[in-house]
Design a protein around this ligand. Structure first.
Ligand code: MN
Ligand code: MN
Length: 325
């Protein structure tokens, strides 16, 4: 049930032992929100553990605080009284963490996805927030948390990554204000940027060049799309994690409004990322294929589907949606 943020904080104050769960295929906002909340709640004298039921890409581990996050098996016997999900728009997004839930429903959910369905007891979701890490920062303020440089940096990670390092349309005044406060508390933005943006391997660049060979531009230059097949990953010794920022490179083409990247990983599963530049709501396209997300960034995952067939269906749907604008 949707509540006000201060109601959620009142509920949180009653907790003694907290379990915080992020989403699968974790991004910077997810990792940041899980770790920041866990470290923050520990500072208030509570017990708190953070869980992500998936691999955390190695380069995030350069940020202090990420190491606090555990996996599902580590926490199988953790006795908590309050469960929280962060940055997840629906329950399936937390993956195997769902096994840790006592009645299949989290006590608190915190999220900023437009497609959020509200699946907890105390839900707070609002797509006006640039990142879940922004919500977490406001909770920290309401709890009167004193920020150490480490806590400030892990909190800033989520705000920086979900705003594309302060350049997406969600980069509002609040983002700059909170980022400024976090830098004031000792967060090092250069350290975050270097860890997240400057870790490419030669194999990744080779994979990227293969992707660029598949690039197609249609609809008078408004639609650009590309794919990476499972074979291409194997050939370059890469995994789907290595293709993280590629879809933004497609959007960077002049005149492109919608960018789509199809990723076949593993065989017969197709993960699709959508990005738009100025006006198309790509969460609508993702939703049509069982996914979700934001107006300018969304995604979906289709199991048991052939890459070629998915590309055909999704491109047709996208062209249909583009006609509305
Ligand atoms: Mn996320
Ligand atoms: Mn987010």
């Amino acid at each position: 049930m949707l509540r006000k943020l201060d109601e959620v904080v009142e509920r949180l104050k009653k907790a003694k032992k907290v379990l915080i769960m992020g989403h699968i295929k974790p991004d910077g906002d997810d990792i940041s929100s899980v770790a920041t909340l866990a470290l923050m709640l520990r500072k208030t004298g509570k017990e708190a553990e953070g869980c992500i039921a998936d691999n955390i890409p190695w380069f995030y581990k350069e940020i202090p605080g990420v190491s606090v996050i555990k996996n599902v098996d580590d926490l199988a016997n953790y006795e908590y009284d309050t469960s929280i999900t962060v940055d997840a728009s629906e329950i399936s997004r937390i993956g195997d963490s769902v096994k840790l839930l006592k009645n299949g429903k989290p006590d608190i959910t915190l999220d900023h996805h437009k497609t959020n369905v509200g699946f907890g007891e105390y839900d707070f979701y609002d797509s006006n927030y640039a990142a879940t890490a922004v919500i977490v920062y406001e909770i920290g303020k309401m709890l009167g948390i004193e920020y150490t440089p480490e806590l400030a940096e892990i909190n800033l990670l989520g705000i920086a990554t979900d705003t594309g390092f302060f350049k997406y349309s969600n980069t509002d005044r609040k983002v700059f204000q909170y980022a400024s406060e976090l830098v004031g508390a000792g967060a090092n933005i250069q350290h975050i940027a270097s860890a997240v943006l400057e870790h490419k391997t030669l194999n990744e660049i080779k994979l990227q060049s293969e992707m660029i060979n598949t690039l197609k531009v249609e609809e008078n230059g408004k639609l650009a799309w590309a794919y990476i097949s499972y074979d291409m990953f194997k050939r370059n010794n890469c995994t789907d994690e290595d293709a993280g920022g590629f879809v933004s490179d497609i959007r960077a083409l002049y005149g492109v409004e919608v960018a789509i990247l199809f990723i076949e990983w593993p065989e017969n599963q197709v993960n699709i990322s959508f990005r738009s530049k100025n006006y198309v709501d790509v969460s609508e396209i993702a939703l049509a294929f069982g996914g979700g997300g934001h107006e300018r960034a969304s995604g979906c995952s289709c199991k048991g589907e052939k890459l070629e067939e998915m590309m055909e269906k999704v491109i047709a749907k996208t062209k249909e949606i583009l006609k509305k604008y």
